[in-house]
Design a protein around this ligand. Structure first.
Ligand SMILES: Nc1ncnc2c1ncn2[C@@H]1O[C@H](COP(=O)(O)OP(=O)(O)O)[C@@H](O)[C@H]1O
Ligand SMILES: [Mg+2]
Length: 357
């Protein structure tokens, strides 16, 4: 493993720790996302890795070497922040060269490396301009070139796209991924946007209140969330309460649900994604099977949002949100319609100990 983080902790004064008990490792060339709500400790983690903030305890290793107590300038990490703050009086080339001058690179080297860093982010033509003459997206690329030009061992990006409008953000995230893969650059990418993280990361850490909730591929995180917090953070999801039965099924209202790896006692939280539920007219469904759950309901509300209909359906187990592509339903259900809801057993997520959450 190239980057190893062991039991990292940061405390400011007597407050609850900003980051605690954080351990993970990263292979060379991997792009890791740090995902979580505002205040969960993402920036603090990134700053500890870069050396801008001293860890209270724990270890950070790069290529086997312990860098925990090394100052920032001896860690060789390229950092890019949300507010990328270019120097307004310097040209683009001078802005990009700055980090190399600080590191006392040779003059001829500097020119060459600045040129190739600007080419990498498709900005060769604007080297002599000033930052104010560039668009927001171009300025963001300059900031990326500035982080890359030092040929860092690790690239650290803190919400690099959140100041851009939606379309530009999608383009830029693709470009960052391209460059990162071309250079096989080990990268930590901080974001609070789950779509962004899922789209470009090899693996994602979901953080909550300073702690790691789950680490896994985007697919793992979405399909097999470790906690209800993760399940809710990465997309819309329904919650129902049920009761385990001795045969491994769950009683919800007056229905029985099968689950993929059943077994438990007492109450259980059940979570199902709205777009994984199918709706049929009442009576069209067969009884539930080992692969599929069915439950009867009544349509309460229908909302048309262009690409989908969003249904709110009352069942004896509680209200369920169901999302259906408009293309698949020329003739949508109406409030009051009796329906059957059905979904795959494997899409029935259960959390036995988290019923209060
Ligand atoms: N310099 C600081 N002094 C005191 N508390 C801080 C400082 N920096 C961050 N924190 C606290 O640490 C927690 C995590 O902050 P941060 O890492 O910035 O979260 P995120 O980047 O996920 O939004 C927050 O509660 C924040 O208020
Ligand atoms: Mg932050």
């Amino acid at each position: 493993m190239y980057l190893e983080v062991e039991s990292l902790e940061k405390r400011y004064g007597h407050f609850a720790p900003s980051v605690s008990d954080l351990s993970f490792s990263l292979g060379q060339g991997e792009l890791l996302g740090l995902l979580g709500p505002s205040g969960c400790g993402k920036t603090t983690t990134l700053r500890m890795i870069s050396g801008l903030v001293q860890a209270t305890s724990g270890k950070i290793k790069v290529g086997g070497q312990d860098v925990t107590r090394l100052p920032t300038y001896r860690r060789n990490m390229g950092v890019m922040f949300q507010s990328y703050a270019l120097f307004p009086h310097m040209t683009i080339a001078e802005n990009v060269a700055f980090g190399l001058q600080m590191r006392k690179a040779r003059h001829a080297d500097i020119a060459k490396r600045v040129e190739s860093a600007l080419a990498m982010v498709h900005l060769s033509g604007v080297a002599e301009r000033k930052p104010r003459e560039l668009s927001g997206g171009q300025q963001q690329r300059v900031a990326l070139a500035r982080a890359l030009v030092i040929e860092p061992d690790i690239l650290l990006l803190d919400e690099p796209l959140s100041n851009l409008d939606a379309k530009l953000r999608d383009n830029m995230r693709g470009e960052i991924r391209d460059i990162q893969q071309r250079l096989r650059m080990t990268t930590v990418f901080v974001t609070h946007d789950q779509t962004e993280a899922m789209a470009i990361c090899d693996r994602i850490i979901v953080m909550n209140r300073g702690k790691l909730e789950q680490i896994g591929t985007p697919h793992d995180i979405y399909e097999n969330p470790a906690t209800p917090m993760v399940a809710e953070f990465v997309g819309r999801i329904n919650r129902l309460e049920g009761q385990w039965r001795s045969d491994g099924a769950i009683a919800v209202g007056d229905s029985l649900l099968q689950v993929k790896d059943g077994g438990g006692t007492g109450r259980v939280l059940i979570m199902i994604r709205p777009h994984r539920i199918d709706l049929g007219a009442w009576g069209t469904a067969s009884a539930g099977s080992a692969e599929e759950n069915t439950i009867a309901g009544t349509i309460r509300h229908v909302t048309y949002v262009g690409d989908t209909f969003q249904y709110e359906v009352a069942t004896t187990g509680g209200l369920l949100q169901v999302e259906k592509a408009t293309s698949s339903m020329a003739d949508p259900f109406q409030p009051g319609d009796a329906v059957t809801l059905r979904w795959k057993t494997r899409d029935t997520l259960t959390f036995s100990t988290e019923i209060a959450g």
